[in-house]
Design a protein around this ligand. Structure first.
Ligand SMILES: NC(=O)c1ccc[n+]([C@@H]2O[C@H](COP(=O)([O-])OP(=O)(O)OC[C@H]3O[C@@H](n4cnc5c(N)ncnc54)[C@H](O)[C@@H]3O)[C@@H](O)[C@H]2O)c1
Ligand SMILES: O=C(O)CC[C@@H](O)C(=O)O
Length: 409
């Protein structure tokens, strides 16, 4: 049987949003040269045009992978989020179209945690205003309203990778740490978990958000919650822009209930560096505004580039889906002497037996079989030593419920 496989030069990677060069180097080192690299995000229609012939897409937080994009990406087998958040991807639609999604869950946590602690110090010293006054030729030498962070209470909302790392850094600088999380978490150091969001808001000098974008976190800090915060407290948000009602925050700062804020993420963010940033927080001198760069350090971006590119390469070369955020996870050994068939299907009764029937009908011996399912999708991988047949592959593709089927040599 003649060997037929997409050679690597035909496998196309579409990399968006200026992901770090380390991603390209990692892909090159694994033999993938067919890479289209763009520095910006793309709007939906442009993305649909570009993604037509792409097998893999790489993005950061600004590209929206919507259901419509998946419906128009006939060759796409995986998406790599070169970041932590995956809220920009319709994970359900990805799964239904057989597209495995990967991210880098830890590589930029330290960068965010460092920024948060730095912002806590800057705000407690009134540096944002003092800096602006100096730039305008003024001189605001005063200790009024300036405090050390030592002994102050940092209230963390969300105690996952970033929240817990921020907790350790803040405690090492002498802060007291409380956190609120929907899950019971092991407190690090002397941190303590509080029972409710309200309790956290009422007892913190600085509140910092580290939750994902979900239905439950949308506008979790609004007028009522800002009102519960201590008068003169500070707010930091380096999680997602939808988590804070930005108009309510602007109002709470203008009426001086909140002494200042450091905001890195916004409900609407510019698509690229040439677009205008519009926000009700512009012009408020006691607000640190940063352009979603909490995780943007050389260290983090380089590590993320390698980590996500390696996950895409492993999925392409070997079929392993470990750490995928939307796919059944299968860890696969190498397959030096075997053909490997990868079959993604709707998790409905009968598909597995239909797959096995194709092999027995074509007299193909299966040497290993791996299966993992979730509530919607099944992922079965079969290694065969005997020559695999094109007819069998066609029959596999025709099984009812098949979403995607590919073969590796
Ligand atoms: N600004 C940036 O550049 C930047 C960089 C990295 C991550 N982020 C954002 O930060 C978020 C957090 O990152 P992480 O790595 O710590 O994630 P994580 O998944 O490790 O932690 C999130 C925590 O939030 C908790 N949580 C979820 N819903 C909650 C709710 N409704 N109320 C209270 N707690 C809730 C979870 O239980 C978990 O402990 C990411 O989802 C991403 O959106 C932003
Ligand atoms: O790099 C980005 O665009 C997103 C960074 C951050 O929000 C993340 O989710 O990791």
């Amino acid at each position: 049987m003649a060997k037929k496989s997409l050679d690597k030069s035909k496998i196309k990677f579409l990399l968006l949003e200026g992901v770090h060069q380390s991603a390209i180097e990692t892909l090159h080192a694994s033999g993938y040269e067919n890479i289209e690299y763009l520095k910006t995000a793309l709007a939906e229609d442009e993305l649909i045009e570009k993604i037509q012939d792409a097998h893999f897409v790489g993005l950061r937080s600004r590209t929206q992978l919507t259901r419509r994009v998946f419906e128009n990406a006939p060759k796409l087998i995986a998406a790599g989020c070169f970041c932590i958040g995956t809220n920009q991807v319709d994970l359900q639609a990805a799964q239904e179209h057989g597209v495995a999604v990967f991210n880098a869950p830890y590589s930029n946590t330290r960068s965010v945690a460092e920024l948060v602690v730095a912002e806590a110090i800057l705000m407690m010293r009134g540096i944002p205003e003092k800096n602006i006054v100096c730039h305008r030729g003024g001189w605001l030498k005063s200790a009024a309203g300036s405090y050390e962070i030592r002994g102050k209470t940092l209230g963390l909302i969300g105690y996952g990778s970033i929240g817990s790392q921020t907790s350790v850094l803040a405690e090492s600088m002498g802060m007291k740490v409380k956190f609120y999380d929907v899950v019971a978490k092991l407190p690090l150091g002397n941190a303590s978990q509080v029972r409710s969001l309200d309790e956290l808001l009422q007892s913190s000098d600085i509140v910092s958000l580290h939750v994902p974008e979900t239905g439950a976190t949308k506008n979790m800090i609004g007028e009522r919650e800002l009102g519960l915060m201590k008068k003169g407290a500070y707010l930091i948000n380096a999680s997602r822009g939808t988590v804070v009602d930005i108009d309510a925050l602007a109002a709470a700062i203008k009426n001086k209930h909140i002494a200042g804020a450091a905001i890195d993420v916004f409900p609407v963010e510019p698509k690229g560096n040439d677009d205008e940033f519009v926000s009700p927080l512009r012009g408020l001198d006691n607000v640190i505004l940063t352009p979603h760069i909490g995780g943007s350090t050389q260290e983090a971006q380089e590590n993320i580039g390698v980590e996500v590119a390696e996950k895409l390469v492993r999925y392409s070369d070997n079929g392993t889906t470990i750490t995928s955020v939307n796919f059944p996870e299968v860890a696969l050994p190498e397959h030096p002497d075997a053909h490997r068939l990868l079959h993604v299907h709707a998790n409905v009764p009968g598909v597995l037996s239909a797959i096995n029937r194709v092999f027995s009908d074509n007299n193909i011996n299966i040497s290993s079989q791996y299966l993992q399912t979730n509530d919607k999708v099944g992922y079965v991988v079969l290694d065969v030593h005997s020559p695999y047949s094109e007819t069998a592959l066609e029959q596999l593709r025709n099984i009812e419920g098949t979403i995607r089927c590919r073969v590796l040599f």
